[in-house]
Design a protein around this ligand. Structure first.
Ligand code: CA
Length: 226
């Protein structure tokens, strides 16, 4: 579970943030004090900070700069006014992003997720790349590689393989594949799926007669062995 530290001295704003972040599945630490926040950040190593600018004992910019000496944790500053915003920008606090109060919760959550994705190399490529052993799919470039060799897949084969790999180790039905890969929302000819699986195996299996990557699940459909 990803951990977010909220440093905000206004109780209503802090409570709103804490409740909503918890509802989104984050573990949340909170404080209303700058020094306390700095200590929490150093000890608890959160994945992201929401940091108010004006705080008792130590302001947000100081917290940010002190933390930056030893940490690259993503920081979103919360600020109230244009003048405060100028300070954030002018002082090069080291914050990654900022939102101006009153902010929309949806926008804040979107920024939180974007920063967490950027900070985590494992997540950064998720959704755009799939890999299993020496088989690599690049969904953006629509390229498939087996080891150093570029695979020549048709668009349909590529989409089918991506769908199987995305649900690795899960049995997918022929009907489900027809719907997700071919876009049929009616029962179609499931033999089409079998034919494409056959072609895919010819291209990605070392021995297509005894497939290891795409297993047949009798009476159901197929399963990619991830
Ligand atoms: Ca404040």
């Amino acid at each position: 579970m990803q951990k977010i530290l909220v440093i905000e001295d206004e109780p209503t704003v802090r409570e709103m943030l804490v409740l909503n972040l918890q509802a989104e599945g984050f573990e949340v630490l909170e404080t209303g004090d700058g020094v306390d926040g700095l200590n929490l950040a150093r000890e608890q190593l959160p994945d992201l900070l929401l940091l108010d600018l004006m705080l008792p004992s130590l302001d947000g910019i100081s917290v940010c700069r002190m933390l930056r000496r030893s940490s690259q944790v993503p920081i979103i500053m919360l600020t109230a006014r244009g003048a405060e915003l100028d300070r954030i920008m002018g002082l090069e606090s080291g914050a990654d992003d900022y939102v101006v109060k009153p902010f929309s919760l949806g926008e804040l959550l979107a920024r939180v997720r974007a920063l967490l994705r950027r900070a985590d190399p494992a997540q950064r490529d998720s959704g755009t790349k799939l890999q299993s052993g020496d088989l690599h799919l690049d969904l953006l470039a629509q390229r498939a590689q087996l080891g150093a060799q570029e695979l020549r897949l048709t668009h349909r084969e590529f989409t089918l393989l991506a769908e199987l790999m995305r649900h690795a180790n899960t049995a997918l039905t022929r009907e489900g594949l027809l719907s997700s890969v071919w876009g049929y929302d009616f029962p179609g000819d499931t033999h089409t799926v079998d034919v494409h699986i056959h072609w895919l195996r010819e291209k990605i299996e070392p021995d297509p007669t005894s497939p290891r990557r795409i297993a047949t699940v009798r009476g159901v459909g197929y399963r990619f062995e991830g």
